[in-house]
Design a protein around this ligand. Sequence first.
Ligand code: KIV
Length: 256
Amino acid sequence: MAITTQQLIQWKQQGRAIVALTAWDYVIAQLIDAAGVDLILVGDSMAVVLGYKTTLPITLEEMLHHAKAVCRGVKQALVVVDLPFLTYQQSISQAMQSAGLVLKETGAQAVKLEGGYPAMVETIGRLVEAGIPVMGHVGLTPQSVHQLGLRQQGKTQATAEKIFNEAIALEQAGVFSIVLEHIPADLAMQITQKLTIPTIGIGAGIHCDGQVLVTSDVLGLAEKHPPFAKAYTNLRETISEAVQDYASEVRDRQFP
Ligand code: KIV
């Protein structure tokens, strides 16, 4: 049975950790779904595999194109798609249009958007009222890279309180889960204990209800990865060796 947003909330109540990864195409989606990942995020971090330096240039059309491919590969996991920069911040009707297209055209079950109180609360409330499941994202929000940098957030009491209050406001607005990115583990623990919806951490310590990583980091495909990511293999090396072996065999007329 396909995993639902309600299932994630039940898992939080049962203390069962939620496993999330990003995907950007059919093959990766099929592999990580079959390996048992619970939630697949078509994140705008896909910027790295498209050769962009930040997530800002990604368009809704690119997200729709890749999300369709991901959904064709997934049988079990809940698929969530990031709304890219400036496709939801201008007005509620813009957010409704963008999120609606994601659900109508891709087969994904939910959208994720960055930011908290007060800017996003009304927008999220309206999307949820319209039947669109929304995942929140607070802490380090990469679409604000030119304001925040890529530094850990919530290190002072004032910024920690702001993030804590944003998480509460997002839950009240109706999100089914929240990504906590690059914040101190203690703060993530306090938020996780306060909320009834699951928190999914990335660089936010062990106390979150689940963890998400960018798949190109896990596979060792990215050129650089954040300090909190862990590479479980080194596909850059594997691919490079395989291609060099192929090239020498062709040049030496050993293959075919
Ligand atoms: O775009 C993305 O991959 C994300 C994760 C870092 C949570 O938002």
